[in-house]
Each structure stands twice: as C-alpha cells, then as structure tokens.
Design a protein around this ligand. Sequence first.
Ligand code: SIN
Length: 534
Amino acid sequence: MNRTDVLIIGCGIAGATAALRLARNPERHITVVTRARDPHESNTRYAQGGIVGRGNDDAPAILANDIIAAGAGVTSPEAARILAEEGPPLLHEVLEQTARVAFDQDASGQPLFTTEAAHSRRRILHVGDSTGNAIMNGLITALNECPNVTVESEMTAVDLITFPHHSRDPLDNYRAIACHGAYMFDRQERTVHRYLAGATVLATGGLGRIYRNTTNPPGARGDGLAMANRAGARIANAEYVQFHPTALAVPGAEGFLISEAVRGEGGILITPEGKPFMADYAPEWKDLAPRDVAARAIHHEMERNGYSYVLLDIASRMSAEAIRERFPNIYEQCHKAGIDITRDPIPVVPAAHYFCGGVLVDEWGWSNIESLYAIGEISCTGVHGANRLASTSLLEGLVWGNRAATRIEESLNQGDALRTEFDNVPSWDESGLVADADPALIQGDMQTIQNIMWHYVGLVRSAERLSRAIRELRHLWNEIETFYRTTKLDDGLIGLRNAVEVALIVAQAARHNRQSRGCHYRQDSAVSEGDRLI
Ligand code: SIN
C-alpha cells in the first residue's frame, strides 16, 4: 500500500519533467514508477536526432507554422503556439540548467543546430546522435537529488483506480469518474499493490511495439493508453501512427533508428541500383520531405520494384572523420551489424515510430477523468496533428510535463487532495489463480498482433485490410481476456492484454476515418485537397 500526492507512471522526459516541477514544493511527495529495471530506460532514451531549440533566424511563429504544415491540417494551432513559445525557454531551464545537458557547440561556444525533415530552419539541438540518452542521464541525476521524489523501478501499472469502477461506496455511482491512483504489479515480489494519489499522471510513452517493425523499445506497448481506455478516458487521433522512413534493415539489428539528422546533414535515399528517388515524390523537399511522404515513397519504391530495402547514402556526402564524429552511435551500431557507413550506403526500411494520437487532454494535460493527466507520447494535445514534425516529441514532453505539474500543484493547493481511503479500494484478488503465464502463448499472441498491424494497419490501409484486422484482433482479444482472467499476473501478460486493446483502438480509428491525411493513408480514399498522396 502506498499513498502519495502525485503518482507519475513512466519516467521519460515528460514524467521526469513533471516530477521535477512538482518537487519544487517541499511539502509534496511525488512517486514516479517505471516498469523498467533501470529508470533511464524509456522511449526518450532512444531519441537520436535531437530536440527543437530556437535558431538565430527563428521565431515561435515560424516554428508553429512548420508544425502546422507537417500536421497536414489536423494540428491544433493553439497547441502549436504553446509548444513553440514555451518549449525553447523550458529546454534551457530544465535541460540545460537543471539537468545540465551539454548540447553540442562549436569552438566559439555557439549551439550547433542541425535540421530534419520539414523544418524551414536549422534549429535542432543535439548531443551527437545520442540526445535522448544524454537527456535521461541528466534528468535522472536531477530527480535523485530531490528528497521528495521517490523513483520505483520494476513496477508495471495494471489498471487505474477509478471511482465508481473500483469503489465500495454506493454513492460513488452518482459521481463523475475520478482517478485515485493505480494498481501496480511489483515485478520482483510478483504481487499487486494499491497506490493511492491525489493526482495521477500517465507518462507511459507510445505503442510502436504493436507493429512487427518498429524503432521503439520493448516497453512501448500502449500500456497507458489501454489503461486509460478501460477507465473511460477519451482517445483521439488514434489512426495517426507515424512510420519513420529509415530503420536499419540488417537481420539481427532490425529497428535500430537511422536518425533523420543523417539526411539533415546531406544524406540521400537511393534505390539498390543507386538512383536517388525522393525528387520524384517531393520536388520541393526531396530527402527532407515530411516523414509521412518519405516513408510512403520508400514503401512505394519497395513494393513497385520488389526491393526488400532502399539505401541511405551518407558516405559520399561527408568525410569519414566527420561521419564518425557527428554520428558515433549510428556508426558503431551499423559497424556491429557489418556496415561501414563511412564507405557503404545503409540498408533502410520504414518502421513504426511514434503515436500522434492518444488520451485527449486540454492545454494542461488534463484528461476527461477527474485527477487523471496524460503527458508525452501517450497524450493527444493536438500538437502533432496527422503527422509529427521531427524532434518535437521531446519538446512536447517538456512543455506538457511542466504544464500538467503546474495545474496539479494549483489543484492540490485548492484542497483537491486525495479523497479516498484504502478501505474504499478493494485489494487485488488473485485467489484461485494457479496457472503461470505460458511464455509461448504470450510470445505467439504478441507476434500475431504485430503481424496483423504491420500488414493490415500499416503504412498503406484499405477498408478490406482494416476490417480483416479488426475481425482477427477481436477474436484474439477474447482469447487474451480469458487467458488474463485465468492466469497469475505477469508483466508479459499485462503487456499482451494492453497490446491487443490498443491495436483494436488504432485499427478501429483507421477504419472509421476514410480520408487519407498525414500518416493515415487509405489507398481506397478519394483524393481531397490537403492530402499528400504519392
Ligand atoms: C530521428 O532522429 O530521426 C528521430 C527524431 C524524432 O523522432 O523526432
């Protein structure tokens, strides 16, 4: 049993920023939980390219325009304005000052900005090609210095504690849904604890792992989204799953991200025969076309010509020394996979990368459920529209982590503290369950979900593919629900149950929306103005 002022589920940039902001009030106790063994492990850690800052010739309105243009008509202008205005100053305050992240600079101490797809200015700050890793190191060090923040690892959230759902109090049936914390599975003890909190923040990241090919780490299986959905939260824009154009396509190293910054520094996409092709699809932007356009162009080239990958050439655009200095991590990982990027082009394919939809929240990260907030990739602030602009996700985590914390602090100050007792919340009941989760079933079902999503709910969709996906996922959902109800709890089982649930959410949203837009492309849709079809 655990009681805390604020429970933050997830410890990437969004969760850590919220915790640091709340920790300024020494009266508050903040509990951050993560299912990972090492709290540095999160989606944030794998971010390579960087984070949007403010270049010399830049201004918030210019950045907001780029975000809106990339978002293909779905971006909320207000959310874009908030991000563009508040992001760069927060980057300085939280990352450079508090977390002491040292972004790359030139010899005279000026920031070394890079660019990525669909940016009209060079404005992306980076730490080599391991920006997320540097950020996580700084944030975790800063959190460890806060006496009123407890970071607990190897804790998997099972479900949110919501009234009236879990209440023993009959009067709660007449009240709006409110969240009072979560049931947490302790992976070491293999037991479930009740965590009660005045405010609960979902910062659990994305869902790339429901796809066969993804750049995301194993935790990205939609846990937060599934829990929020079961609790009654509103979900928006779930059809907009962004595919990164360039993941490494070498057996054994699939999914390793080849940062868009490689193209930002001059890299070009070529066919296996050596022909550049992006000018055919995006004459204005060429290799720096918005991500949805670049990913579909690669998919199209592969499908039309029967290629199993295309190539990304940086070797002929930069000196070997410059490549090794600018992209040490990519150089190293490709070298391990047998590719010398200073000499050879890199085989790449698109892979599921980022969830542009999520739990619908307001400009303070607040969901439709009382005391429940969602920040970072799991949330839908509206800023990413139908296609996220590169290197804005870390910035969104910072801005809405900070905003949610501000709103929570205000509401706790106004007496909105924890209003329930352990007596009101039933403890987890596993009595009668004796069977351990069979790993073969978990793995087999997970692979089935990933294959369905890849083939039928992937880069190119149609009513027929989506209907087939939904039928198969529904069948699987029933099987997995029975499996879940009759088996002792396990992290893999929790993830599987969540994965099938969010796969259905994405597939249903994709079937419902017949209009191709941004990263949702229906080959059976009529072309309409604003669509970017290839
Ligand atoms: C990349 O480095 O290409 C990824 C950046 C992002 O997803 O914003």
